[in-house]
Design a protein around this ligand. Sequence first.
Ligand SMILES: *[C@@H]1O[C@H](CO)[C@@H](O)[C@H](O)[C@H]1NC(C)=O
Ligand SMILES: *[C@@H]1O[C@H](CO)[C@@H](O)[C@H](O)[C@H]1NC(C)=O
Ligand SMILES: *[C@@H]1O[C@H](CO)[C@@H](O)[C@H](O)[C@H]1NC(C)=O
Ligand SMILES: *[C@@H]1O[C@H](CO)[C@@H](O)[C@H](O)[C@H]1NC(C)=O
Length: 274
Amino acid sequence: MDLGCCRKMWTLLVLVLIISWHLLNAFSVSVPKENYIAHYGSNVTMECNFPVGEKLDWSALMVYWDKKENFLVKLVNGEEDLKIQTSNPRIRHLNNKLVKGKSLLHITKVKIEDAGIYRCLIGYGGADYKRITLTVNAPYSKINQRVKEDPDTSEHEITCQSEGYPKAEVIWKSKDQDLSSKATVKYAVGQEKLFNVTSTLRINATANEVFQCLFQVKETGENTTAEIVIPEKKKPSEVKRRAYFGIIGAVIFIGIILMFLCSGKRNAINMEKV
Ligand SMILES: *[C@@H]1O[C@H](CO)[C@@H](O)[C@H](O)[C@H]1NC(C)=O
Ligand SMILES: *[C@@H]1O[C@H](CO)[C@@H](O)[C@H](O)[C@H]1NC(C)=O
Ligand SMILES: *[C@@H]1O[C@H](CO)[C@@H](O)[C@H](O)[C@H]1NC(C)=O
Ligand SMILES: *[C@@H]1O[C@H](CO)[C@@H](O)[C@H](O)[C@H]1NC(C)=O
């Protein structure tokens, strides 16, 4: 779509409708909420209200919604332009509340890219528009963890990984001690613009020691935490002891066989003598 054309069209539309009608009529659009916060993957319904009077006259009604001057909804004389609707099947205008003076924009399975400023422009005798801001957050709800140990020392590499939005800091703690300065963090853009955050802590730890990694998002104040317990490790000495007993066992076994063979020979020799 040619953006230049739509931008001009929008500006023209606003100018014509507002100037010609607003001066004549005291018509105003209101919004019960200016700011919406939606979780990634959830549904959101944004609302603009207009005075409808006793009974809605569909032929006098115009409803436009746009974001960044791209039309999302175009409803004129009660007829909706469905070409616009199908260009984003997750966005739908709920026409059933128009009779009550409510224009509802319904977005399903919200994505990060849905965030931004929306405008509803309504013409009904007069004309007016309002802005609505949508913010989208994706909590770092599932934290994947991994512990890697060095078999010879007590050094461990603990990793926490999760996806969310906006960017999170990772704080490491153990017994209320902040270990964050010992950790490294890696950011990547994962699927659907989410941040893929991987933080790794290298530390000397003993079995059953408990660590926490906390994904903290400053903008939202939403934290999620995972707890990591250092597993018991197979002691190398135990492995050695087992190998040691194995060798001793083998030596004894061979020894017994040799003894049998020798005594057998001796018996044979004795028999010869007889
Ligand atoms: C989101 O909206 C769709 C379509 O309107 C509906 O089928 C679905 O149940 C809704 N999901 C939630 C969590 O409300
Ligand atoms: C996130 O990053 C980690 C480490 O860089 C990688 O192993 C993992 O596959 C990534 N996950 C996704 C969903 O991109
Ligand atoms: C673990 O302890 C050893 C010996 O005290 C030290 O050399 C090493 O740097 C420590 N490793 C970490 C990650 O602190
Ligand atoms: C998130 O963690 C930070 C730092 O530990 C703390 O100051 C803040 O209160 C936490 N927020 C919530 C909602 O728990």
